[in-house]
Design a protein around this ligand. Structure first.
Ligand SMILES: Cc1ncc(COP(=O)(O)O)c(C=O)c1O
Length: 552
């Protein structure tokens, strides 16, 4: 028989304890004495940081749903409490239970307070084979090249989670017998938690909001709307913005941006001449000629044409404009990194006209621009920031994090889906944040950044290289090719990518690059932790590859 799980071991190893204010205290108006389930009054305004004690601040006034709690579930209620404030209700379809789950095995789930539940949801019809069938887990791990943890392999009472061994059963608060548990299933955090909550989700929300608010410009980032991809997170951010101000449906988007290929993310991508434009979206100019090459970085920027354009759209659409979305730099559009003054101009325009300012940091977050977030690099304070890619360091997870009053404008279920707030993604987020907090990733990166930029700028000696763009002190560049010797810029870009791949010959190292952006821009974006020696070697391969293209 499987013993019950002691969730206190998870809480105890929480790497992000509430700062300063101790553990969360429960709102006395919402206490639940002697009932199975109760809710507090609706429309609770968050008052002070002290009152919540989660280590972040909510300055806006969201209308929160009634809070759900259950008697004799202090740990579950703690999780519910964090997520009540830290996530908008739209992330979940309504359920009176809001089960707070910590472990799963076969047909069983365990609540944070140690009670076993038959899972009659399978997530949302996901875990068809049950939770962690050992044979499936073994195959999955083998295909991924991961060692199978002993808890899965041998059916011991010790579930291995990464390096942490979580002891099961010894101090469970109220051990319950669990019939029919067999050794055919492993025992770990559920992989499906639709319409429920997990400890790791609460940890991820708290860690992410605390981190964002601790950065200059992060003070408006109050709640997390999870998604499984960058496009979905953009879509959800825009849904929330549209719901927040239903009489202001126009969205301004910067031209040639890339926000994704689906729904509203696609609608704000590209430019007005693309097929199937959404009439609510109006594109505005983004600097390109002013930042065509790193040599233009410190040149004065003339904002006049951009100011004029903004005034024109304002004149045309007035209060109908409710939202503006931009990337900090045009990533997919060819790596154009604008002067700070441009983005600040956009933000000021938004503030003056009560327009929501959404910054798409799906690509730039977690260090690419030299600061942890691009809103720091560019001196911005977005109403919503959209995160993705580096947020999970490879695990599919994304999020729109923003003003609670805006995100809470959507109703129950409006932004829910099978994989949002997925425990796997949330665990990856906690691990990512923990890494950045526990070691200095960015200082060494900035030194290597200079070295790489020098090496890339030196590529301009090749006649087919037109320009190099990138973030000063960051880890993302675009090398733009040009027509030369009867071959098009696009041909040169592809030939360069191939030469880099072939590298120093069969069985020798090469450099993996993406296919060119905008047909002719080669993107350079190694991991932030690349060392000086590695960068030196990789640049040597790129230079040799470029040279080989000129040889007959
Ligand atoms: C800035 C930006 N936003 C949004 C997206 C879309 O993200 P996803 O591909 O995860 O949907 C991308 C992807 O490249 C991106 O670079």
């Amino acid at each position: 028989m499987k013993p019950t799980y002691d969730p206190s071991s998870v809480i105890a190893t929480d790497p992000f304890p509430a700062q300063g204010n101790g553990p969360a205290r429960f709102d006395s108006t919402a206490s639940l004495v002697g009932t199975d389930c109760t809710t507090s009054s609706s429309s609770i305004a968050i008052q002070t940081e002290d009152e919540r004690g989660f280590g972040w601040t909510v300055r806006t006034h969201p209308v929160l749903p009634p809070r759900i709690e259950h008697a004799q579930e202090p740990k579950g209620n703690h999780i519910r409490h964090i997520l009540h404030f830290g996530e908008p209700k739209s992330l979940r379809t309504y359920t009176p239970t809001q089960a707070a789950l910590v472990r799963a095995s076969g047909v069983w789930l365990w609540t944070a307070d140690g009670r076993p539940l038959y899972d009659f949801t399978s997530g949302v019809l996901v875990a068809n084979l049950g939770h962690y069938p050992r044979s499936w887990t073994r195959k999955w791990f083998a295909l991924m090249g991961w060692p199978v943890a002993s808890g899965f392999e041998h059916g011991s009472d010790h579930g291995q989670v990464g390096q942490e061994s979580v002891t099961l059963g010894h101090s469970a608060p109220r051990p319950c017998p669990v019939p029919g548990t067999t050794e055919d299933f492993g025992f770990a955090v559920p992989l499906t938690a639709y319409n429920a909550m997990t400890t790791v989700e609460a940890e991820a929300v708290r860690a992410l909001v605390q981190l964002l608010q601790s950065r200059p410009g992060g003070s408006r980032l109050e709640q997390v709307l999870w998604a499984a991809s960058g496009s979905e997170a953009i879509q959800k951010a825009l849904w929330a913005a549209l719901a927040f101000q239903r009489d202001r449906p126009m969205i301004l988007a910067t031209r040639y941006g890339f926000h994704g290929k689906k729904g509203l993310a696609q609608a704000v991508t590209g430019c007005e001449t693309d097929a199937e434009r959404d009439p609510r979206v109006r594109f505005i100019s983004f600097p390109m000629m002013e930042c065509r090459d790193v040599s233009q970085r410190d040149q004065p920027f003339d904002p006049t044409p951009y100011e004029r354009e903004l005034q024109q759209v304002l004149h045309q659409f007035g209060r109908k404009i409710g939202t503006l979305i931009t990337e900090p730099y045009l990533g997919g559009g060819g790596s154009f990194h604008p002067p700070k003054a441009y983005l600040q101009l956009l933000q000021n325009f938004c503030r003056e006209n009560d327009i929501l300012f959404i910054l798409d940091e799906v690509q730039s977050n977690f260090g690419r621009t030299g600061s942890l977030f691009a809103f720091e690099t560019y001196g911005l304070e977005p109403d919503i920031v959209v995160l993705g890619k580096g947020l999970g360091n490879g695990v599919p997870v994304a999020a729109a994090v923003g003003r609670a009053d805006v995100l809470s404008a959507l109703n129950y279920g409006d932004a829910s889906d099978t994989y949002s707030a997925h425990p796997l993604g949330c665990a990856a987020v906690v691990a990512t944040i923990s890494e950045y907090l526990s070691r200095d990733v960015l200082t060494p990166m900035r030194a290597v950044s200079e070295q790489i930029e020098r090496g890339l700028v030196a590529l301009r000696k090749f006649p087919f290289v037109a320009a190099v763009r990138g973030e000063k002190g960051g880890m993302v560049w675009g090398v733009e090719m040009q027509d030369y010797a009867g071959r098009s810029a696009s041909d040169w870009a592809n030939a360069f990518v191939l030469a880099a791949y072939r590298g120093q010959g069969p069985q020798q190292p090469g450099v993996h690059l993406l296919g060119p952006l905008a047909k002719k821009v080669v993107r350079i974006a190694p991991p932030l932790i690349i060392t000086a020696d590695q960068a030196h070697h990789a640049l040597q391969i790129l230079h040799e590859g470029a040279q080989s293209l000129l040889e007959p």
